[in-house]
Design a protein around this ligand. Structure first.
Ligand SMILES: [Cu+2]
Length: 127
């Protein structure tokens, strides 16, 4: 009776889901946050790629685009954080993640707003 139609509809939905999931995972790169470090510190991706930062630490972290001064550079400075406004995750905890899709070529430095000595770079090349 109606069971066949429902079955076909469910299968179509599943296939669509798999197609979308496959497409998005192909365009995604993971950076882990562990031991107060971004790993890898520099990732090179093609334009249109989504970068997913996954926090594996017990403490909260943040991913903010721009530059942070540390060590000698920071000495005597009142201000050490220079966010450029491209992206800012806000703090997120263990097991949580932040994603950002890089549409344009360029070099995108970023840092952790909680621990400005944690830094990384995303290099975006032509698609
Ligand atoms: Cu941090």
């Amino acid at each position: 009776m109606g069971h066949g139609a429902v079955g076909v509809r469910a299968l179509t939905g599943l296939l669509l889901f798999l197609a979308v999931a496959t497409t998005s995972s192909a365009g995604e790169v993971v950076v882990t946050i562990k031991g107060l470090r971004f790993e890898p510190r520099t990732v090179t991706v093609k334009a249109g790629t989504t970068v997913r930062w996954v926090n594996l630490d017990e403490t909260v972290h943040d991913v903010t685009s721009g530059k942070a001064l540390t060590g000698r550079e920071a000495r005597g400075r009142k201000r050490v954080r220079f966010p450029d406004g491209r992206f800012s995750s806000g703090t997120f905890g263990k097991g949580e993640a932040f994603t950002f899709t890089f549409e344009e070529e360029g070099v995108y430095p970023y840092f952790c707003n909680v621990h400005p000595f944690m830094k990384g770079v995303v290099v975006v090349t032509p698609p």
